[in-house]
Design a protein around this ligand. Structure first.
Ligand code: GDP
Length: 410
């Protein structure tokens, strides 16, 4: 039995995105080092080895060394590290490429609450930067901090920073994305990451950690209750259904609606498994719990109260093709949270050019392309729009056991 992970993720998940070589690993290393989240001797050791070998020290080496130690714990495809700053804990997700990012976001392996988009001050915005920015928009990551890195290589020049900032802001505006901050940094030298830079006294804004601290609106969970059933098991001869409360609050005795059957069920008991089995009067998202009811539930059932859930056989979504291509009239396995069914692509409505944002009429979407499609399912599926509830608003399409595309309901 695949047991659900107990305890929701309450720390802020930050994705670091940007073109290759613009400094993602260096920024992560610098953040860890300057906040004391990484043993100093580890860095010193790597520095010593670099010196011995006559090589320039790289934060990436230290991160690799750390990862080597944690290899057995690695469960996700993106490297993830934890950062402590001012009593807050953050999980930093290094995003090696937009494909991995989309795949992990679409499959729910990672859920970024905020993102740092890194841009090399010398190189400026690249195609990859644009792709990443577009994906952030697509995935509804609205807390975006832009850092202009390697300011040391442009003599900490204010005009250079302002020029790049203008281009970035224009691009984001065109896309309808808001930026929280644009910060000039040198990840390598440690300017404006944790410590305020003495080399850029002209900059009066926040450092990277200050900007992270100001991202507090994790998620608005004040809407109605939603839970998805993950599994069932037997406890003292009684069936207990385990699942994740994705949104809102569940109280013992609540009558909730079960989808897709539209039945009403009474929640007799709520169980917490964090320390043994404890009965609860109520539980709030994000949380994994067990529930006892007189009705029979199944994996993939969605329970909801005071909440509009689409209980449907047809839907439109935006997909990002990861492998092969998506074609009209082809069949795929559709997965959303723990729901699974066959589906057919009824129509490729349009393809989107990520540079011009033009809509192109076409009947297939090739690998690394983005488009809008209409889907028809073999049976009813419970969904919400992605920006209403990410977990029920994102999906993957599979063929022969491989993920062909990730998508969101928009
Ligand atoms: P990633 O591919 O985005 O993870 O980039 P890395 O962090 O591996 O950095 C690529 C190269 O740029 C490495 O040689 C880094 O040392 C260098 N680099 C990163 N940040 C800075 C910076 O602020 N200043 C300078 N001079 N070099 C940097």
């Amino acid at each position: 039995m695949g047991f659900v992970q107990i305890g929701g993720v309450e720390m802020l998940n930050i994705a670091i995105v940007g073109s290759v070589d613009h400094g993602k690993s260096t920024l992560i290393g610098r953040l860890l080092y300057d906040t004391g989240s990484i043993p100093r001797d580890k860095i010193e050791e790597v520095k010593r080895i670099c010196k011995l070998l006559g090589k320039r020290f790289e934060f990436a080496y230290a991160i690799d060394a750390l990862e080597e130690e944690r290899k057995n714990d690695m469960t996700i495809e993106c490297a993830q590290v934890f950062l402590r700053y001012s009593n807050e804990e953050y999980s930093i997700i290094d995003v090696p490429g937009h494909k991995e990012f989309l795949k992990n976001m679409a499959t729910g392996v990672t859920q970024a609450n905020a993102a740092i988009l890194i841009i090399d001050a010398k190189e400026g915005i690249t195609e990859q930067t644009k792709r990443h920015a577009f994906l952030l928009k697509l995935l509804g990551v609205s807390n975006i901090i832009v850092v202009i890195n390697k300011m040391d290589l442009v003599n900490y020049d204010k005009r250079k920073f302002e020029a790049t900032k203008r281009v970035v802001k224009n691009y984001f505006k065109k896309m309808g994305l808001n930026i929280r901050e644009v910060i000039p940094i040198s990840a390598y030298c440690g300017d404006n990451v944790v410590k305020k830079s003495k080399n850029m006294l002209w900059y009066k804004g926040k450092t990277v950690v200050e900007a992270l601290s100001s991202v507090t609106d994790l998620k608005d969970r004040s809407k109605g209750f939603v839970m998805i059933i993950q599994d069932k098991y037997c406890l003292n001869g009684k069936e207990v259904y385990v699942g994740n409360i994705l949104d809102g609050c569940l109280k013992k005795g609540d009558v909730v609606c079960v989808y897709p059957s539209n039945e009403e069920v009474k929640v007799e008991k709520i169980l917490d498994f964090r320390e043994g089995v404890i009965g609860l009067d109520s539980a709030r998202a994000p949380k994994a719990v067990g529930i006892v009811t007189r009705n029979t539930l199944q994996r993939g059932n969605v329970l909801a109260k005071n909440r509009r859930i689409m209980n449907t056989t047809k839907v439109e979504g935006i997909v990002f093709c990861l492998l092969g291509s998506i074609k009209e009239n082809e069949r795929y396995v559709f997965r959303c949270a723990t729901q699974e069914t066959f589906c057919k692509i009824c129509k490729v409505i349009e393809k989107l050019d990520i540079n011009t944002f033009e809509k192109i009429s076409e009947d297939s979407i090739a690998s690394a392309e983005i488009g809008r499609i209409r889907l028809k399912f073999d049976k009813k599926v419970c969904l919400t729009k992605f920006n209403e509830l990410a977990e029920l608003g994102r999906f993957v399409l599979e063929k022969d056991g491989k993920i062909i595309a990730g998508g969101i309901i928009s």
